[in-house]
Ligand binder design. Structure first.
Ligand SMILES: [Zn+2]
Ligand SMILES: [Zn+2]
Length: 152
C-alpha cells in the first residue's frame, strides 16, 4: 500500500502499520499527556481504527487508565508512549503519538490544546491557535483569531 506508515516503540517489541492518517493533529499540553510522555506536550494524530494494524505480537503492550477514564498505552519493556483513547471520543478512531512513527508523516499539527494546564516553559510560540482546553474552548493567544484563520 503506497501511503502506509510504520512506527513502533523504542525496543521494537511493538510495531504497527497505518494505511490512512487523519489530517488533524494537535499538541496536547494537559498534565496527563505531559507526564505520560515526559515532555512539554504530546503530539497526537487520529487514525481510523480499521486502518491501524499491529505487525508484531502485542505481549508487551500495557494500558494505563487515568481517573478521568482516558487510557494511554505504552510498551512495558521500553516505556515508549504509543496510544491514547478517550471514552468520550468516537470508538472507531485510534489516537497515535506522532513521535513514534519511523519516518516523517504527511501531517502538520494545527493547534495546541489544554494550554491552560500546560507548563510555562513549553508555552506555544509558533503562532498556531492555542486553546484553553479542547478545540471548542476559548483561545489563549488573542492575536490568532478563528476569523483570521478562516480568511486564509
Ligand atoms: Zn518497546
Ligand atoms: Zn492531553
Amino acid at each position: 500500500m503506497s501511503g502506509a506508515q510504520t512506527g513502533g516503540c523504542l525496543c521494537g517489541a511493538l510495531r504497527f502499520e497505518i494505511s490512512e492518517l487523519m489530517p488533524a493533529a494537535a499538541h496536547c499540553h494537559c498534565s496527563m499527556c505531559r507526564k505520560f510522555h515526559g515532555a512539554g506536550f504530546a503530539t497526537i494524530v487520529g487514525v481510523p481504527a480499521s486502518q491501524f494494524k499491529w505487525i508484531t505480537q502485542t505481549d508487551t503492550l500495557k494500558t494505563y487508565v487515568a481517573a478521568n477514564e482516558t487510557t494511554r498505552s505504552f510498551c512495558g519493556e521500553c516505556g515508549s508512549s504509543l496510544l491514547f483513547a478517550s471514552p468520550r471520543a468516537p470508538s472507531d478512531i485510534i489516537e497515535v503519538a506522532l513521535g513514534v512513527f519511523d519516518d516523517d508523516v504527511p501531517v502538520l499539527p494545527d493547534a495546541h490544546i489544554f494550554v491552560e494546564s500546560g507548563a510555562a516553559w513549553a508555552a506555544p510560540r509558533d503562532g498556531l491557535p492555542a486553546f484553553q482546553a479542547g478545540r471548542n474552548s476559548p483561545l489563549v493567544n488573542a492575536n490568532v483569531s478563528s476569523s483570521s484563520l478562516d480568511s486564509e
